[in-house]
Each structure stands twice: as C-alpha cells, then as structure tokens.
Write a new protein. Structure first.
Length: 285
C-alpha cells in the first residue's frame, strides 16, 4: 500500500508506450497549463511497469515532460531495434503453455522460456536503459517499479529501500521475455512486470485518487487490459483510466518495440492528451 493520497500508474507498451505516455502528458500541458505540474509532484506516487517504469523513473528523477517529449522526436536514440518474428514467438509460447490453466502456472513457465532464450547481451540492453534513465540513484519522489521473478512467477515491487540501483530495476521491469535478457537482482532473475499485468494498478491501493495511463486498447484477446479485480482493489479511491484511442493504436503500429514507432506514438499521445485535457483537469483535485 502506498503512502501518498495521489497516485499515477503508468503501464507497459514497449518503446511506443514510452513515447505515447510522454506525449500524453505533453498534450495535457498544451491544453491545460499547470495541470501536469499539479499531477506530477512528489506528493503523487508514481507506479511504473515496463515502459511505464521508464517514464516514471524519468519523471521522478527530475526530467521535464517537455524535454522528455523532445527526446522522443529526435531522429537519433540509444534504442536498439530487434527483429521479432511474432508468429514464431507465439508458437513457442503456445507450445510451452500447453496444459496451463492459470496465470500462476503460466508465469514461471514463461520465465523459464525467458531464461533459456537467446537474446542480445545483457550489457547491450543495460546501456539502452541507462541512456533512458540517466542515473542509478533513486529519487526522493515516491516511486514503485514492478518486475516478475522468472523462477516463481511472483511479482516483486522495487522502491528506494530495495537496495538496488535504479537502472537495473527499470531494466528488469522492461525485460520482455524472448526479446530482452532477464536481469539478475539479489541472486534472482527478473523479467517484465507486465507479465503479471500491463499496469499492476492494484499497487496504487490506499491512494484517494488514481490516474492510470495504458498505452494499449481497453480489451485484449485475453480480456480487459486492466483486470476488473485490480480496479476494484483501488476502492474507494477516485479512479480515472485512460487507454490508447484508435488513432494512437494506429500510430503505434504492429510492433511497439520498434524504435521507429517513437515519433508517431509521441505525436498521437500528445493529440490524445490535448483532447482529454479538460476531462483529466476536472478529475484531478
């Protein structure tokens, strides 16, 4: 349970998701000057999963939304493009999941695949995350980052008291199975926090008002992107959920891990932020 009255939950969604969330905040600031500075203060807990872990860490360590947005528009970045055969990945995962009947069974099986898979070297991936985050030091700002233990499938929530550098924690939260290498922390290997849930929004339980950004459609083939039980866990908080609209989903393209998705996703996020600024302004007290 968090210790602040306000919380912002930033969900996963790849490189495109980082850009979209950044653009959304930029769009809020375009249409409602002062709104972002009201929302993003150290009295608001930031809860990040995967892409959202990157954005949460960037904001909490003092980067302005304007600077982060400009970074997404830049032609050059430290991001590494990986070739992904989605059909082959799906086939491998489906074979491994045969007979699985629950998420609790699924996560360690996926973790075993993550550990066994051939991926780019850990040092290459770590350099990408280091370029995103820029510091090992945790901020004073309340920041929670989610990752999943590859062995047990259990969620671990990291914060400034965990005794682990910020870069490694964000890298763990962003370690997409079969794409990026798991990250070793305290003798355990961790993978993408989105394996448990795209946003792990129930980590905001205890807050009085919660803004949730999800760079994905409201529904997936597996059900709602944000499970109903996780939203119910936030009760009696006031909750405002924003999911990517049709234009944003189109801009993100078929592969949200592709660095070329950054500019269109950031631009679409900005436009959606502009359209929803009055709504978010009315919500955030």
């Amino acid at each position: 349970m968090i210790s602040t009255n306000n919380a912002v939950v930033l969900a996963g969604g790849g490189v495109a998701g980082i850009a979209w969330e950044t653009g959304f905040f930029r769009g809020l600031d375009d249409e409602a000057p002062g709104l972002v500075s009201r929302i993003l203060t150290p009295s608001t807990s930031l809860i990040g999963t995967s892409a959202g872990a990157t954005v949460a860490a960037q904001i909490a360590t003092g980067n302005s939304v304007h600077d982060l947005f400009e970074r997404q528009l830049a032609a050059m970045s430290a991001e590494v493009n990986v070739t992904i055969d989605l059909a082959q990945m799906g086939s491998v995962v489906a074979e491994a999941m045969a007979g699985v009947t629950s998420p609790e069974q699924m996560r360690p099986k996926l973790g075993a695949l993550a550990v066994a898979s051939e991926t780019p070297p850990s040092e290459v991936r770590r350099a990408v995350i280091e370029a995103r985050v820029g510091t090992e030091q945790w901020p004073a700002w309340p920041l929670l980052i989610a990752a999943v233990d590859t062995g047990t499938g259990e969620l671990r929530v990291f914060d400034s008291t965990s005794g682990v550098g910020l870069v490694d924690v964000v890298a763990a939260s962003c370690a997409v199975p079969l794409v990026w290498p798991p990250v070793e922390i305290d003798g355990r290997l961790y993978m993408d926090g989105g394996i448990r849930s795209i946003g792990n929004v129930d980590l905001a339980a205890g807050a009085e008002q919660v803004l949730i950004l999800v760079p994905a459609a409201a529904d997936s083939p597996l059900g709602p992107s944000v499970p109903d039980e996780q939203l119910q866990a936030l009760s009696p908080a006031r909750v405002h959920l924003v999911v990517a609209d049709a234009a944003s989903l189109m801009a993100m393209g078929p592969n949200p891990l592709d660095p070329s998705s950054r500019l269109p996703s950031a631009t679409a996020g900005r436009e959606q932020g502009r359209r929803l600024a009055a709504e978010v302004d009315a919500f955030w007290r």
